[in-house]
Design a protein around this ligand. Structure first.
Ligand code: AMP
Ligand code: MG
Length: 480
């Protein structure tokens, strides 16, 4: 029998464990909602069939206009360091938790983003504009398909309601889904408001439900912090390897499960540039591409400070000290795999340094370079087939590369096959998101391609190019 929305199993575990973390809120549905897209794969994962989207109650559901029991609506309290400065009370200013559902396989928190005012909206309106919602919708599916942990989005719809930013715009709601939306900031909030019992309950909840192997282990709190450190270091390594810049790495935007969370003015690089800043309000480059890995550690240090009632500082420090190595090993392995190199040797590290330096100097398109490299044939000694301009830096690097390749014993075809699985043909460059923002009919095709970015999609080949000059200087506003 087909499952209806009312059959969803709302277990609401987090809310039952930590009601102190929530404030109940009534969403404000958008006027004349129009569905823009549904992530059907995710819908199926939740145990619902695509037929359900044809039912008018589906649109009401994702618009926060509910007619059955089970869900609860709540926004949560959290604190956070914004650009290095601690803000004791932030909270979900425009996110409203519908509830948590359980399927046979998993638990999912459902959140509406942009469904109006909450007690934490401060001077904001609790709304989200269509452009930033489309960016979050496409990006979250895209990062998942790039094998980068991320929250996801089930649906996006727009309404007729006006929202006021630099100009008048229309509003949208994204229904976000994640195993958990818990942030470093939730723990910071409980610690700084001295709610020690609540803090312990929340940490216990995370261990029991997300890290069950550590549950009731005599060292469970240390293991908990070690796991978060590991996940964070690996997440940041994955971002660096693909050239993704988050843009607003405040501690309230850091997921306790190591997921990419809160898509704002993020950006993918065209060419490798550690000084790349995607957030136009980030005047000092605190969150530039090159600073990202260090910020991961800084944010973990702030989380550690909120856990001192549960974990001895020596253990916290010892764990923090592992971050850099975990990050480096993961980043290097990802880069080696991008080069089709699987056997580490004494020269691996220096080879990677030369690779990054060559890419920085030549300003070759980062994504397209690695995609082209995924088809490099060793008999093409001078890489005549390279589709872009040669330079002495590239040619010198090629000599180094060939000597590294000679130490491998994989067949060329298997190496190519593997490399094509880790070097995407498509990435969500700003101008692609802009195409979808300007023409909503393109969302479907862009979603399809960006959710499967390692395939060739010959009919969409043009979307693998860097931005054409007229779209290359898009300014991504922070006001979303
Ligand atoms: P962000 O930089 O998007 O992570 O947002 C930082 C804080 O501002 C969070 O607490 C958000 O919930 C809040 N916020 C952002 N935009 C709005 C808005 N339009 N209305 C209310 N709160 C907002
Ligand atoms: Mg945020």
């Amino acid at each position: 029998m087909e499952k209806k929305l009312a059959d969803l199993n709302f277990s609401n575990r987090l809310y039952k464990t930590s009601p102190a973390l929530f404030h109940s809120v009534k969403p404000t549905p958008l006027e004349n909602p129009t569905l823009l897209h549904v992530n059907l794969k995710l819908l199926n994962e939740l145990g619902l069939s695509s037929e359900i989207t044809k039912n008018s109650s589906f649109l009401r559901f994702i618009n926060g206009d509910l007619e059955f029991e089970g869900p609860f609506f709540g926004s949560s309290f959290y604190a956070g360091h914004q650009f290095g400065y601690f803000v004791p009370m932030l909270g979900d200013g425009r996110a409203i938790m519908i509830g948590e559902i359980s399927t046979e396989k998993n638990f999912y928190e459902l959140q509406l983003k942009g469904a109006g005012l909450t007690p934490f909206s401060r001077r904001g309106d609790g709304k989200a504009v269509v452009r930033s919602s489309i960016r979050e919708y496409l990006a979250s599916a895209h990062l998942k398909s790039l094998n980068i942990p991320s929250t996801e989005a089930l649906t996006i719809h727009r309404g007729d309601d006006d929202v006021y930013r630099e100009e008048v715009e229309k509003s949208a709601i994204v229904l976000r889904v994640a195993e958990s939306f818990l942030r470093f900031g939730h723990f910071q909030y409980l610690a700084t408001t001295n709610q020690k019992r609540e803090l312990k309950k929340l940490v216990d909840f995370v261990i029991e439900n997300y890290f069950p192997n550590f549950f009731q282990h005599q060292n469970q709190y240390v293991l908990f912090f070690q796991e978060i450190t590991k996940r964070t270091a690996k997440l940041f390594a994955r971002w660096q390897a693909v050239g993704f810049c988050h843009g607003v790495l405040n501690t309230d935007n850091m997921s306790i499960l190591g997921l990419t969370l809160d898509y704002g003015p993020f950006g993918f690089i065209d060419n490798l540039n550690p000084d790349f800043i995607c957030n136009h309000s980030d005047h000092d480059g605190r969150y530039s591409l090159g600073h990202q890995p260090g910020i991961g550690l800084w944010n973990l240090e702030q989380l550690a400070l909120s856990l001192t009632s549960l974990i001895p500082t020596t253990d916290l420090d010892r764990t923090l000290n592992t971050y850099t190595t975990i990050f480096s090993v993961e980043y290097q392995n990802l880069l080696l795999a991008k080069c089709g190199l699987y056997k580490r040797n004494d020269n691996s590290e220096s080879f990677l340094r030369e690779t990054l330096l060559m890419l920085e100097i030549t300003k070759l398109d980062y994504t397209n370079f690695f995609r082209a490299l995924s088809q490099y044939e060793t008999e093409d000694i001078y890489w005549k087939q390279f589709p872009y301009a040669h330079s002495c830096e590239l040619d010198n690097w090629l000599t180094l590369y060939r000597s590294q390749l000679s130490l491998e014993n994989l067949s060329e075809s298997i190496r190519h096959e593997r490399m094509l699985q880790v070097n995407p043909k498509f990435i969500l460059r700003n101008y692609l998101a802009q195409l979808a923002i300007e023409n909503h009919l393109l969302i479907e095709d862009l979603f399809k391609v960006l959710s499967d970015p390692f395939s060739n999609w010959p009919e969409f080949h043009h979307w693998s190019y860097p931005a054409p000059p007229e779209l290359s200087n898009l300014s991504v506003s922070c006001s979303s």
